[in-house]
Design a protein around this ligand. Sequence first.
Ligand code: DAK
Length: 256
Amino acid sequence: MFINREIIDQVGILTIDRQDALNAVNPHILKELDQAVKDFIADENVGVIILTGAGEKAFIAGADIKLMQQLDTQGALDFGKLGQEVTMTIEDSPKPVIAAVNGFALGGGCEISLACHIRFASENAMFAQPEVKLGLIPGWGGTQRLPRIVGKGNAIELIIGGHMIDANEALRIGLANKVFPLDNLMNEALKFAKLVLGNGPNSVAESLHCINESAGHSLIEGLNLEVEAFSDLFGTDETTEGLMAFVEKRKADFRS
Ligand code: DAK
């Protein structure tokens, strides 16, 4: 087992724990991660998910380079598809997934963070897509998600440069949403998770869905999707409760 699971006040925390390889991921870990995220999505006791790395040095230092040495083209295709499957499970999660990036987020590790809905970084976090240094390209969505998050110019610079950037540079280009001292990172992630847990779960899920879908649609298609999701919510108890709570001057109770 390489993934520790914990639930604190409706927040499901997944910690990748392979510290002797700086939490580098192999197919076994990818399968375990995919299952763990799916289990939290299905778990009524979990409303928000946090993904982090064990120790104080790494979030995920990438795909396992020693393992990749053994791959032929078919093996690489299988490994690539597995990584893409996990990143899709994370990105499509109706429950927000926060990456608490507590150190190196390199290659596949950076790509896994890109699939998360929010990236909070510690001051010692370092991000890179160093694949070109290894004669590779990003293969778990880096060429697709990175430009959508930081813009085409910044993504090209990072991907063809292959160099590391620190947390403040990641913050400047929008790769990190926020930066905190390492000691505070989990507290801040939990604080944000608590904020989200106070909001309507369907509204949060629909917002994520519409934002994700915007990447593959024209503006008019996206607007149609948004207006349908908006109106569908009016058939739910959640929206009735949210609107009524405002009128009655009380805090909405979405989760009891
Ligand atoms: N894989 C395997 N082992 C790793 C690793 C990795 N990515 N990163 C670190 N380690 C291991 C080191 O080998 C070392 O193990 P021992 O030698 O002690 O046995 C241990 O972790 C500690 O690392 P260091 O001794 O190097 O620690 P330092 O503090 O000196 O340096 C570092 C930390 C993060 C700067 C350095 O370890 C490093 O440069 N690591 C490699 C980072 C990297 O290049 N990551 C990107 C990997 S490429 C695919 C598509 C995409 C991908 C995969 C497949 N397909 C379509 C098939 C993804 C590609 C990548 O992620």
